[in-house]
Design a protein around this ligand. Sequence first.
Ligand SMILES: [Zn+2]
Length: 445
Amino acid sequence: MDEFATEREQRRYRWVSAQRRRARRMAAFVAVAAVCVIGLAAGLFGVLSHETDKGTSGMALPGNALFAEPGSSFRLMGSVEQSLALNSRYVEEGTNKAEGEVRVEGTVDTARPGTYQLTYTHGSQTLTRRVQVLPGPPVVMHLKGSQHTFVREGQPYIESGCQVTDRTEGDLGATVEVQGSVDTSVPGVYEVLYRAVNSQGVQCNKVRTVEVVPAGEFVAEEGGIPVLMYHYVYTAGGYPVDDPYVSNYILDTDLEGHLQHLVDRGSYYPSYQELAAYVEGLIDLPKNSIVLTFDDGEPGFLASGIPLLEKYQVPATSFIIASDADAQDKVRDYASEYITFQSHSYAMHQGGGSVGHGGIISALSADEIVEDLQRAQSVLGSSEAFAYPFGDHTETAHEAVRRAGILCGFTTEYGAVQRGDDAARLPRVRVNGDVGLNAFIAAIS
Ligand SMILES: [Zn+2]
């Protein structure tokens, strides 16, 4: 197949293909065995030669149909007609014949909308598959953490999963299949394939590359992991002069400067699963690991910040107040390959308590907090991280965060996350919008 731009892509493809070929060989073996059994039975009844030369191109047998007629057994694995989300990975399912016996012609460019045709020739038989790449991204998949994941040889590979959203159907997490395995005792590059499908049969597939780095070559971050806390983003002319929390705003071009710096220095963006494992002492994280968070799901961030994260391919978290009337719409409308939506509570982003900034969390019981957190999780379709509203937190709140299954709870206390920290109350590094690039660089060094 020549739809891959680079040799590296092809290598990745071959790795996944090898897994699939193994499964297919097994399926083909079962199919051949079944045909033999049918042949034997048909022979007994004297109808074996019936229609043996009939073509198969219009038959569209389902993927693993065991009861193919003898002689018409060349067929495609997977769907004959496929719909793919833009920029998705096309997964070639091949045919039921050995790869070397089949000539495949045609390409699928998943970066360009259109209908692509692939033809498969085996002897005198030709089959056709049509793959439609849809123009808009109806389904968006975010691989949590870094799409290129680093693991130190001998340490566990932490599966970070994905968040997948259909613009109209919402969360498709329940349809996700994860394929591939990583042997961290053997350095090398592995692939993990994530596949999701909506109710219309539109597929969205993404690949995470997992690089197991030889222990002696892995350069670990030794200074702790900064979790940046941003809030709002504004564009030229939109300076929020009347807001008392003006330092919470950053100009889009200043944010761009930060992102450019993060890219230039070679940053790694761990998932919350990885961060929790780091805190527990289970894994090392690569040098220059960093997490970006933006609180409150503010419109300026959604409209102007997310396109910048996409431009620089820097993943980040949007902490959403899930009781906001438009919370679900935000999750659907702003779904992005580079954004995970996490909880800023369901309805605890309000006063009524007596601790810190007076957020209501300090006035609630553990049960009440757990209930609020679970409600937020059901709106957002994710449950790994939680940002305490106003940064207010108590022992009771920590307990509730653990009980709700949240991996990382974030306060607004200043500092980098260190090994041995309490994962229910991790600090962050506040980024004020008006400090300038040099102060930003100093804060994360
Ligand atoms: Zn907030």
